[in-house]
Write a protein that binds this ligand. Structure first.
Ligand SMILES: [Zn+2]
Length: 119
């Protein structure tokens, strides 16, 4: 099976996206349309889309069955960016993408953006 992200084209994946485990995109789309998260965001049947998340082996940790295609409405998200498709999320709750931005600050992660004009 493959991991897919399912979301509403008009709302965008930032508004809400689900994690889908399916054998192909057609199957993933069918599952996405059953999700209450997606049906709330999508304007219509054709507004639902899926994208194959390549190189996303880390997502398979959340897989509930390796035989039955299924979706996860609320995948584990990064505590920093709030996303889940950006890389593995470590025990500290921060994803790889966020760690790459600030690799030296794995401890005491500074979530406050620099204040403009501060000296
Ligand atoms: Zn992140």
């Amino acid at each position: 099976m493959k991991a897919y992200i399912g979301y509403s084209k008009s709302a965008g994946s930032y508004e809400g996206a689900i994690l889908i485990f399916a054998n192909n995109a057609k199957e993933a789309k069918k599952l996405a349309r059953q999700s209450s998260v997606i049906s709330e965001l999508a304007e219509n049947f054709f507004d639902v889309t899926v994208t194959w998340l390549k190189n996303s082996q880390y997502l398979f940790k959340q897989m509930r069955s390796s035989e039955t295609p299924h979706f996860i409405d609320n995948p584990i998200t990064c505590t920093h960016c709030g996303m889940w498709g950006m890389g593995d999320i470590g025990e500290d709750g921060v994803c790889e993408a966020c760690k790459e931005i600030a690799p030296s600050s794995n401890n005491g992660f500074n979530l406050t953006p620099p204040v403009a004009g501060a000296s």
